[in-house]
Each structure stands twice: as C-alpha cells, then as structure tokens.
Design a protein around this ligand. Structure first.
Ligand code: PNS
Length: 161
C-alpha cells in the first residue's frame, strides 16, 4: 500500500523549519505533495508561482517522490484530489499546538478519511517563521540560515531599496 501525504501551507516563503518538516515527511511517505495555498484574499510577499518555485529547488534533494503543487480551496479537498490519506503539519513549539489541533479536528470533521500527522521541527529551527524572516529581510537583516539560500536571495531582492 502506497502512503501519500500532503504538506499544506502558505509558504510565504518557505523557511528552514518547513524544509526540515518536509525532509522528515519525505522519509515517512511514499509520495509527499507540498501544497502551496493560493488565497486570493491574502496579499502574500511572493505570488503563488514564485512560492512554488522557491520550494522546488531546496526539496529537489529529497527525492522524486516529493512534489510541489499550488492549490486553492480546502486542504482536505486537495488531499483527496492527490489521493492522500494524511496531512502533515509541523510543530515548532507548544504554542503552535492549539491552532493546529483545531485545524486537525476541523479537517477530520470535513473528511474522516484524511488524518493529520504532526512532526516536530528540529530544535534549531524552533524560532523560525516566515513572518519573522520577512520582517528581518524588510529591514535589511541577514536571514541566511533561517530560510533556504534561494529564499534569502529572493527576500533580499524583493526588499532591496
Ligand atoms: O502556513 P500556514 O499559513 O500556517 O498554513 C495554513 C493552511 C494553509 C494549512 C490553512 O490555512 C488551510 O488549510 N487553508 C486552506 C483552507 C482550509 O482548508 N481551511 C480549513 C482548515 S481548518
């Protein structure tokens, strides 16, 4: 039996914490689809196509069973379309847990056949978030080590005065 999971998120942009979770999930599942949410109501720093592109390069090393797709609408519907029985989400700290638990229960209510699997991010990336990386980059700070190298370059370019 082939185990398929989706790893959904905004990924605006991908961080080292996301990459760490993707790496862990890649070793657990036969196919991992990283799903980049296209939410027309939000104004992301990077358009969805660019977010997908910025994930593809760092995850290439995880193997051909890891793919990146954009999606809109409900995560569970994306999971069903992908033939996935699992949603992967990362936990950096206990503070992530409450919102994640609520999402997991909502998703299970929507689609009982899709279960959520939480993976703990490596301790060294526990402080990393897309929003903080964006804030640091916006004020000219160095985000290397917080985000994959191509993302650090893209952020510097995006916020260059
Ligand atoms: O990276 P994020 O912003 O923490 O990811 C949140 C995401 C995209 C997983 C969540 O907002 C989501 O699943 N959105 C799609 C719409 C949906 O399915 N909503 C119900 C989930 S409880």
């Amino acid at each position: 039996m082939s185990r398929v999971a989706v790893f959904p998120g905004s990924f605006d942009p991908m961080t080292m914490a996301h990459l760490d979770v993707a790496r862990r999930a890649a070793s657990l599942f036969d196919r991992l689809v990283i799903g980049v949410l296209h939410n027309p109501k939000k104004s992301p720093v990077f358009p969805v196509e660019r977010r997908v592109e910025l994930i593809r390069a760092p995850v290439a090393e995880l193997g051909a069973h890891v793919v990146v797709e954009s999606f809109d609408g409900l995560t569970v519907e994306f999971a069903v379309r992908q033939g996935a029985g699992f949603i992967v989400r990362g936990l950096r700290a206990i503070s992530d847990f409450e919102a994640e638990l609520q999402m997991a229960h909502t998703n299970r209510r929507l689609e009982a056949g899709v279960d959520t699997v939480f993976l703990m991010t490596a301790l060294e990336f526990g402080f990393v978030s897309s929003s903080l990386a964006k804030e640091v980059a916006q004020f000219g700070g160095d985000v290397r080590g917080m985000v994959p190298a191509p993302v650090a370059e893209a952020l510097a370019e995006r916020f260059r005065a």
